[in-house]
Design a protein around this ligand. Structure first.
Ligand SMILES: *Cc1c(COP(=O)(O)O)cnc(C)c1O
Length: 246
């Protein structure tokens, strides 16, 4: 029988190899477009992954994790409270579920409605730093359930900037699948354009510096167009198990 104290943790060695591969992809993408890799943050998307797998990924050097499902996220936040993890909520957020997010998360990437923003602000505990938020924008003509429209964006952004418990950091999008790098770039370029417009309209808004875009299959295209956070799951942890019905 293997001695648990000395046997290599398969989670850890697997995590190390995958992390190295993803960092290499980020590095080459940055090199190809003359960007400093320090300007691209790797957010490990850990939905459906166990606390043990996150622990291994943390031991291998990752410190930022993104979760999509609130119950699952809260369980892991509790189980991993001994680790210095920056938690990002990236999934659809219902207005009646904002309190736990306001209390336990450092970032929310999926704010797309005023009501959600106002509740997060009201529920953010006063002793905590402002909650970092990105507005999720619907790109393409897809009839997606998440994300505000481009037309809704200016007002939503202006209102969030007036909420002191929230720090508006930028924009997030999940573009429709595209066949090749050129097509992927079109949507990411659009989001970058929307952030530039927002910055021009609000030149004094601090820290409006984030483009959360790019996943396992399209992070190169996102980096070319200016991604500052790439949200990567599959390339770090392997294919996700099919989600069991709740
Ligand atoms: C699942 C998910 C990701 C990661 O997707 P991969 O293709 O596994 O890298 C990124 N962002 C969001 C919002 C997700 O839901």
């Amino acid at each position: 029988m293997s001695n648990p104290a000395t046997a290599p943790d398969p989670n850890l060695s697997g995590a190390q190899g995958n992390i190295a591969k993803v960092l290499k992809r980020i590095g080459s993408a940055c090199e190809n477009c003359s960007r400093d890799p320090a300007g691209v943050t790797l957010l490990a998307v850990s939905k459906t992954r166990s606390a043990q797998e996150i622990r291994a990924a943390h031991a291998a050097g990752l410190t930022r994790f993104g979760e999509n499902y609130l119950q699952e996220a809260l369980e892991k936040v509790g189980l991993l409270a001994d680790l210095a993890i920056e938690w990002h909520f990236i999934g659809p957020l219902q207005a009646n579920k904002t309190r736990a997010v306001a209390e336990h998360m450092h970032w929310v990437h999926s704010v797309d409605r005023l009501r959600v923003a106002e509740r997060l602000a009201a529920q953010r505990p006063a002793q905590l730093a402002p909650l970092n938020v990105c507005i999720q924008v619907q790109l393409g003509d897809e009839d997606s359930k998440s994300g505000c429209t481009e037309a809704e964006l200016p007002d939503l952004a202006a209102t969030i900037m007036r909420l002191p418990a929230l720090a508006l950091r930028g924009l997030m999008a999940i573009p429709p699948p595209a066949a090749d790098l050129e097509q992927q770039r079109v949507h990411f370029a659009r989001l970058a354009h929307l952030l530039r417009q927002l910055r021009a309209a609000h030149p004094t808004c601090p820290h409006l510096d984030t483009l959360s875009m790019g996943m396992s299959d399209d992070l190169e295209a996102a980096i070319i167009e200016g991604a500052t956070i790439v949200r990567v799951g599959t390339a770090l942890f392997g294919p996700r198990p099919a989600k069991s019905p709740a």
